[in-house]
Design a binder for this molecule. Structure first.
Ligand SMILES: Cc1cc2nc3c(=O)[nH]c(=O)nc-3n(C[C@H](O)[C@H](O)[C@H](O)COP(=O)(O)OP(=O)(O)OC[C@H]3O[C@@H](n4cnc5c(N)ncnc54)[C@H](O)[C@@H]3O)c2cc1C
Length: 600
């Protein structure tokens, strides 16, 4: 069975040394974040994931979910583990205290989430989705929902989902057909089919609160193929009165579950809404004026908030899977005897040396590790920017923009690198990784979906280039380059840092050139922006990680303990092996779209 040790030491390094969280106790949610509390969450959360979630990962994959007589059953052991998770309060870690949660900031919920995903992505997704749903309900719901529904979700008694996708509408939500018609009492009746809904049904909780988007028909009873009438709704599986009491089953039924490549313990459901009672969330929509085309509606704001949190969460899923895969690849390379070291036998008395002696094996493992630890640093740093963004500090606005800019990077670059890490770890096992017994191929299968859902990675790249770069006159890239060039100016004379400094400089210069090129060409020819978006996103990801690795290297220089020495090793690897991709990526961006567009 695969092993997993929660990376508590690395989180301690990132939280205390790298982010210097003690200096940020003024931020919202950080007030009570004492070193003891941080340790308590990391150590006990990590232990829970290692001891309760991880042992069910392989069996959950083997058994999968069942759908019998309209009812979904999760794999053996999931129910008890989910209840233990909820009873220990982990599901409410980030929930506001007034609703029974622990009120911890995203920095800590993200750390717990990464460990849960590494241990058992299928199982850890149920509470993750619930946290996203209760966050949206707190942001947009009526008082009675906050009073009587949110606490039940925070405690884990009830779960939540996010229902966007339909058979004809995944990326392109304009095409959705589900409709909600207003009733005299102010509620709505919803009809339509949602597909691929994670945790859409399960046997873990008594009730499920679905957060659904649907169109409200105009006065002629028609819906349109745009987003102007899309709104955000709460649709409970079992009806809930304003007093919080459960009533009859609502008109939401499960049409079936999907049979998938990975995350088999996670129930991915078809949900049919047949005149289901729905409550609209957020502001009441005003109908578009004649001839008016809207690209969004006020009602979608709540959904976007939930989706942004989920995109960070999906990136973190891949960091977790990359970590657990790396740990197993490394362990295997220390057990397996194969060949001899290129410079002569390391253990001449043994029939062969350990696999770890081979440079190519070390390369694969270092690629996985520097990616995972670099991405973890990026995720932690981004959650800090999110918190600063919500504060009254003078830098709040630029911090919020940086966090926003990094969201598609963590989602798409993070899931690409996380998937690559699982694949490299499997490679370390040779054929023994491809067969099921060792459990490492499951990591590859499980992590693959992270590149697709929550907006396919190519769509994230388009969001970065098409929306985020130009928004408010390019304020976000300006904030990013101010940060990066400021660091370069501060550190240009530090000789000990020179090898790392060079890498950051190279990344920043190529990223600036690519940004300029897209600004000049993308507006004239949108296909140029579209064709270069993916390479641009990777270029920004590599540069950001170079910047963070250089900062971690600076903290590690002159320190002789294994953690800091390893940080220097990974930082060097990133500068030597990943940063050289930057000029290549720039060249690809500058190649434009002419050739790409030739494909019919
Ligand atoms: C296991 C699983 C769980 C899921 N969980 C949920 C859930 O809980 N809730 C939910 O609502 N949905 C969920 N989904 C749905 C998921 O978010 C969608 O599958 C995803 O957004 C892509 O939509 P689609 O499958 O319709 O692909 P399409 O929209 O048809 O896109 C196909 C491909 O075309 C490309 N593409 C499309 N548009 C563009 C564009 N504008 N620019 C560039 N390339 C583009 C992309 O490469 C994309 O992968 C889940 C899916 C799966 C498989």
């Amino acid at each position: 069975m695969p092993i997993y040790r929660a990376p508590v030491e690395d989180f301690r390094f990132l939280i205390h040394e790298f982010l210097e969280v003690e200096k940020h106790r003024d931020l919202p949610g950080f007030e009570d974040l004492s070193p003891d509390l941080i340790d308590d969450i990391l150590v006990n959360g990590g232990k829970f994931c290692e001891e309760v979630l991880q042992p069910l990962n392989q069996s959950g994959d083997e058994e999968g979910c069942h759908f019998e007589n309209g009812v979904v059953r999760t794999p053996k052991g999931f129910n008890q583990a989910y209840k233990a998770y909820s009873e220990a309060g982990w599901g409410g870690l980030g929930g506001p205290t007034e609703f029974g949660g622990a009120g911890m900031p995203v920095l800590m919920t993200m750390a717990l989430s990464e460990m849960g995903m590494a241990a058992n992505q299928s199982l850890a997704m149920y509470p993750m989705l619930t946290a996203g749903a209760y966050g949206a309900l707190i942001a947009t719901g009526a008082d009675w929902m906050k009073k009587n529904i949110v606490p039940k979700m925070v405690s884990g008694e009830w779960a939540g989902t996010m229902c966007l996708t339909e058979p004809g509408a995944g990326t392109d939500l304009r095409l959705m057909k589900t409709r909600a018609v207003e009733q005299p009492d102010g509620t709505y009746r919803m009809t339509g089919t949602k597909i691929f809904i994670s945790g859409g049904d399960q046997d873990l909780t008594d009730n499920i609160i679905h957060m659904v988007i649907a169109k409200i028909p105009d006065e002629k009873g028609q819906t349109h193929d745009d987003l102007s009438t899309v709104n955000f709704f709460m649709v409970p599986k079992v009806l809930v009165g304003e007093d919080g009491k459960m009533g009859a089953r609502n008109g939401v039924t499960t049409g079936g579950i999907e049979h998938k490549m990975g995350i088999k313990g996670q129930a991915t459901c078809v949900l049919n809404f047949d005149n289901a009672i729905a409550w609209r969330l957020g502001p009441k929509p005003t109908p578009p004026k004649p001839g008016e085309k809207r690209s969004s509606s006020a009602g979608m704001a709540g959904m976007f908030g939930m989706m942004n949190a989920a995109r960070l969460g999906v990136g973190v899923q891949s960091i977790g899977l990359g970590e657990v895969a790396y740990q197993n690849g490394l362990a295997y390379a220390h057990e397996r005897r194969v060949g001899r070291a290129l410079t002569g036998p390391k253990e001449p008395d043994k029939p062969a040396d350990l696999e770890i002696v081979h440079p190519d094996v070390k390369r694969m493992l270092l690629q996985a590790r520097s990616a995972v630890e670099g991405l973890r640093a990026l995720a932690c740093w981004t959650t800090l920017q999110m918190a600063i963004g919500k504060s009254s500090r003078p830098e709040a606005e630029s911090a919020a923009m940086l966090a926003d800019l990094m969201t598609p990077i963590i989602k798409a670059f993070g899931t690409d690198l996380g998937f690559e890490a699982t694949n490299l770890a499997m490679q370390c096992y040779g054929g023994h990784g491809y067969i099921r017994d060792n459990g490492v191929e499951q990591f590859v299968r499980d992590s693959r979906i992270n590149q697709i859902y929550e907006g396919a990675n190519g769509v994230q790249a388009m969001d970065l280039v098409g929306r985020k770069l130009g928004h408010k006159g390019g304020a976000a890239p300006i904030a990013l380059f101010t940060l990066l060039t400021g660091w370069l100016t501060e550190n240009e004379k530090d000789e000990a840092l020179a090898p790392y400094f060079k890498g950051v400089k190279r990344g920043v210069e190529t990223l600036q050139a690519a940004t300029m090129w897209l600004a000049q060409h993308g507006l004239q020819n949108p296909n140029d922006a579209g064709a270069g978006a993916y390479d641009y996103m990777r270029l920004m990801g590599i540069t950001m990680l170079a910047f963070l690795w250089a900062r971690m290297a600076k903290l590690s220089l002159g320190k002789d303990d294994p953690l800091h020495k390893d940080k220097l090793m990974c930082a060097r690897y990133w500068m030597e092996r990943m940063v050289p991709e930057c000029p290549m990526l720039l060249e690809r961006v500058q190649a434009g779209s002419a050739t790409v567009m030739q494909l019919n």
